[in-house]
Ligand binder design. Structure first.
Ligand SMILES: [Zn+2]
Length: 121
């Protein structure tokens, strides 16, 4: 697993939020696998699909990526946490990936918050 972003991809972008999204999604595509069944790689939904960002061809699990610069403890704003837990616990909602990275993108931390803990064995 590569723990840094491929920042070469960002040369044509000037928006920090666009760069963060591009590098985060690229990192997941290249470094992750389906936590539910182990399938490699995950597949990316087309842009702007509202429900989830990635899916597994094999077991059809869906994953939503949340990425943020900084520490994992800062990734969920106050007030949004209970809403997110409700979504996680609801039927047919995606699992969440949390990706945090340092300012320069040289170090990435990746966590999974499954929608159903029985998926983890
Ligand atoms: Zn799978």
């Amino acid at each position: 697993m590569n723990l840094a972003f491929d920042t070469n991809l960002a040369h044509h972008y000037t928006s920090n939020s666009q760069i963060a999204k591009l590098l985060s999604e690229n990192w997941v595509l290249n470094n992750s696998y389906c936590p539910s069944c182990g399938e490699i790689p995950l597949n990316e939904f087309e842009n702007n699909r509202p429900v989830a960002d990635f899916y597994c061809n094999k077991c059809s699990e869906e994953y939503e990526l949340k990425s943020k610069k900084g520490k994992l403890s800062n990734i969920i704003p106050d007030g949004a946490f209970s809403t997110m837990i409700e979504r996680i616990n609801a039927e047919n909602n995606p699992n969440f990936f949390f990706l945090t990275y340092t300012k320069t993108g040289q170090s990435v931390t990746f966590s999974l918050f499954p929608n159903n803990f029985s998926h983890l064995k």
